[in-house]
Design a protein around this ligand. Structure first.
Ligand SMILES: *Cc1c(COP(=O)(O)O)cnc(C)c1O
Length: 452
């Protein structure tokens, strides 16, 4: 008879099926398929772990957001926040849906151009735009959102040199009730700095003030903050109309809509507390429609929503490496997904479930990643069933920021796969391997020979 693995018994109070302060515990869900494709098939074909993107979820989420805004305001334009997920295939889906590109570096700018986005449909944000980047953006007629006065003077000097007008907006930071205020980006509203920047731009012959921009923060769960931000930008637009008879073309409310992920320490799950796109749209469009901006000069509403549009479309599939008991008797499970692949594990309690039917009895478990680092904790404490080595797990809602902030560390970065609308899978970013990882290393010749 095959020898069964021994596990030291632990006495535990059974609380499966017993209600807690949140009500009845939901049955231990299992995600065996994503968009009709079996998790085990994807792992066997593309390896473990593997990132999976649902094209269907991207498109339906985008359409839901667009509908929420377009039914309330006539001129709406989304711009895809590249830093949230800049896998080219993902960007392309957003661009097919009509989204422009919102970039925050020369690297992202080049990516957007290579993805076929016309320069005039790229919004260039952020505090780091080199002279070369700015020159390219001015030549292409991109919308440059000025972050600070040094950038303003740099743009003036470039436009004088190449004799071309720059299309600009300013980023405005403000007290919208979200603290701390992100006053490190852009020009402050309350202390008059934003108004001074506008005055400088308006008298600058080589600059055309196209719009006003703000990005008040991220994972903002209070739509009212957007109403305040919209009112403040509208007030600036009206002031520009009064003083210069100039009508700006757009107001850009940035991103920051929350996703349904649960923040660490949150009392209720994010899926219960996250406002809907309708909530955000209602706050923003009411503030715009009720502003003093003249009806015939209503600006286009730009939105740069990132995480709320992509989080749900991403999943990470992985496998159990081992189970072990910690010194105090608690169960721990080690999986092959580390925090280097799941950067957002530092602030979210990610939803992690088995990919196959598993026992309904759960136990308080710590889920560790595979890294030889103490900080590699995917979930500090989760009610989890006992899985065997080799069993598979799915971590959902990981589409935002993980495929950009990931770190190559200890292991290679895995494949990223997209499931198309016909449930066909495509590798959209290849896994790293020995060759690709070593292709950038250069060993000076005097170190070639080693003496062992
Ligand atoms: C990061 C960023 C976004 C996207 O933010 P989310 O919180 O992911 O929606 C949009 N605009 C700017 C300027 C950003 O820096």
């Amino acid at each position: 008879m095959e020898k069964l693995p021994f596990e030291r018994p632990v006495i535990n109070k059974i609380n499966a099926g017993v209600s807690d302060k949140f009500g009845m515990k939901s049955a231990n869900r299992c995600i065996s398929h994503i968009d009709g494709v079996a998790v085990k098939d994807m792992i066997s074909e593309y390896g473990s772990p593997v990132y999976v993107i649902s094209e269907k979820t991207i498109r339906s989420t985008y359409q839901a957001a667009l509908t929420a805004f377009q039914t309330r305001y006539p001129k709406v334009q989304f711009a895809w926040s590249y830093k949230t997920n800049y896998i080219n295939a993902v960007c392309k889906v957003f661009h097919q849906e009509g989204s422009w590109a919102e970039v925050v570096s020369g690297f992202e700018y080049s990516k957007a151009i290579a993805n076929g986005v016309p320069g005039s449909k790229i919004i260039f944000n952020g505090p780091d735009k080199s002279r070369t980047d700015l020159t390219k953006a001015i030549e292409n007629g991109s919308l440059i959102h000025i972050d600070h006065f040094d950038e303003f003077y740099e743009i003036v000097s470039i436009t004088e040199l190449i004799n071309k007008k720059a299309k600009v907006a300013i980023r405005v930071n403000m007290d919208a009730g979200i603290y701390p205020v992100w006053d490190r980006f852009g020009f402050n509203y309350e202390n008059g700095e934003a108004w001074s920047a506008i005055n400088k731009i308006m008298v600058e012959p080589n600059m055309e003030l196209m719009g006003l921009h703000t990005h008040i923060g991220t994972y903002i769960t209070t739509p009212g903050a957007y109403a305040i931000a919209t009112s403040k930008l509208s007030a600036l637009a009206v002031r520009i109309e009064h003083k210069y008879k100039h009508h700006i073309k757009y107001i850009d409310l940035g991103g920051g809509f929350a996703s349904k992920n649960t923040l660490k320490g949150a009392y209720l799950p994010g899926s219960d507390t996250c406002p809907t796109f309708d909530d955000y749209a209602e706050a923003i469009t009411n503030a715009l429609n009720n502003s003093e901006i003249q009806y015939e000069h209503m600006p286009t509403l730009f939105l740069e929503s990132g995480r709320a549009l992509i989080d749900d479309a991403g999943s990470l599939l992985g496998s159990v490496l081992a189970n072990k008991r910690l010194a105090d008797g608690r169960r721990s499970t080690i999986i092959d997904i580390g925090v280097n692949m799941l950067f957002t594990a530092f602030w979210y309690e990610h939803n992690i479930v088995p990919a196959q039917q598993s026992p309904s009895f759960t136990e308080d478990t710590t889920i560790y990643g595979p890294l030889c680092m103490n900080i590699d904790v995917i979930r500090g404490a989760i009610q989890f069933p006992a899985l065997n080595k080799g069993d598979q797990v799915v971590i959902s809602r990981i589409g935002a920021y993980n495929m950009t902030q990931w770190m190559q560390f200890i292991n290679y970065r895995p494949n990223v796969v997209m499931i198309d609308l016909n449930s066909k899978t495509h590798v959209i970013r290849k896994n790293e391997d020995h060759e690709s990882m070593n292709s950038l290393d250069v060993v000076p010749t005097y170190l070639e020979k080693i003496n062992l």
